[in-house]
Ligand binder design. Sequence first.
Ligand code: TYD
Length: 191
Amino acid sequence: MIERTFVMIKPDGVKRGLIGEVIKRFEQAGLKIVGLKMYRMDKEEADEFYPADDEWFESVGNKTLSSYNELGIDAKKELGTDNPKEIGKMIKQWLLDYVSSGPVILMVLEGNHAIKKVRDMIGSTIPIKAQPGTIRGDFSVDSADWANIGKRAIMNIVHASDSQERAEYEIKFWFKENELYNYKRLEEYLL
Ligand code: TYD
């Protein structure tokens, strides 16, 4: 049940002065920070970090397509294609520009069912759809149509691992073993 997960405060979160606010929410929820650093990645590192399989491209493309459907926007007209894989590939390039555009905060959080808990706390990928109370819902009104028109990624403040497998990969990708710490939070003494 005790899991570790990876979280990144993206350049928009850093530049908007939301580092403390984001970290505060995780700390208050009882998640333990076991690794933390600021870093400026380049595009190649970002490319290696984000997935590159067809399933991921399609999933990203389909999120944009379902958002376009809801808004009655013609994807083919706007993006030149309505193929989810092609759209996913296009978005990945914008995403790489975005996450390498400034410093980010990299962190590893540990806690009971931490992977799902953190995903719930950050909210939906597309901020306009993210519930109030979530980080993306409370601090952004960005949307797929707005981002795509500007040929840029959606600015949604944070990234968090979405599975056990991804959490393991992402933690290892950014942190050496000796950059992760074991200690007890006060409430652990109460359990
Ligand atoms: P994804 O893995 O689908 O979402 P999440 O970050 O919630 O795990 O997408 C990765 C990132 O790609 C997302 O955080 C922002 C960017 N993105 C866009 O820029 N436009 C889009 O239409 C989508 C779906 C994602």
